[in-house]
Design a binder for this molecule. Structure first.
Ligand SMILES: Cc1cc2nc3c(=O)[nH]c(=O)nc-3n(C[C@H](O)[C@H](O)[C@H](O)COP(=O)(O)O)c2cc1C
Length: 194
């Protein structure tokens, strides 16, 4: 089910509050993925877009998270906005964005990051930093004077939430928690104990 306008507005409001409160990396979210057999891993990724389909981030499909999302297309993500005393948690399914959407975003990245996306065999062992820098040098030569194409193994994923929880810090640990979930094709909002 797509996200409701109300949830998107609530998220955008909390995000804006985090930014104006001085949160250094407000788009950072801790993304948890699983192999579906009980192994769960997590790491930080950056939110790059949000619309009614969900929360979009970009990564390497051959990375650990990429492999896990293939094995088990479910994920959870948490934003911690310490400066504004807020947390947002998402639980849902993940799916690759279209090649057109991935190309469009890749083309906005600076050239160094585009080369970096080719150079990094994300999550694979690397014998030395020199090996990585040598790869960068070779790629710079390969793409000299031409646009860097998007690597086929680098794309976006959209996390489409089944639940969204907004947590706000309050006095004496009596925090506010509101859980959005889906019932009979409708989003409903419920207050939870802190
Ligand atoms: C602030 C921050 C932002 C990051 N953003 C991304 C990102 O958007 N995409 C990404 O693939 N890795 C990003 N990383 C690196 C990941 O946290 C992680 O090291 C990498 O994706 C490999 O993860 P994996 O081996 O679990 O797949 C970021 C790290 C930090 C600290």
């Amino acid at each position: 089910m797509t996200l409701s306008g109300e949830i998107i507005r609530e998220f955008n409001k909390a995000y804006k509050k985090a930014r104006v409160s001085g949160e250094p990396e407000p788009t950072a979210m801790i993304l948890a993925t699983s192999d579906g057999k009980g192994l769960v891993t997590s790491r930080t990724v950056l939110l790059k877009a949000l619309d009614e389909d969900g929360f979009v981030f970009f990564t390497n499909t051959q990375s650990l998270k990429g492999r896990q999302m293939r094995e088990c297309p479910r994920a959870s993500a948490t934003f911690l906005w310490k400066a504004s005393g807020c947390q947002v948690q998402l639980v849902g399914t993940v799916q690759q964005v279209s090649d057109e959407a991935a190309d469009a975003y890749f083309s906005t990245r600076d050239r160094g990051s585009q080369i970096g996306a080719w150079a990094s065999h994300q999550s694979q062992p690397l014998d030395s930093r020199e090996t990585l820098l040598q790869r960068v040098k070779e790629l710079e030569q390969r793409y000299e004077g031409v646009e860097v194409p998007r690597p086929p193994h680098w794309t976006g994923f959209v996390l489409s939430p089944e639940t969204v929880e907004f947590w706000t810090q309050r006095e004496f640990r009596l925090h506010d928690r509101f859980l959005w979930s889906q019932q009979d094709g409708q989003w409903t909002r419920q207050r939870l104990n802190p």
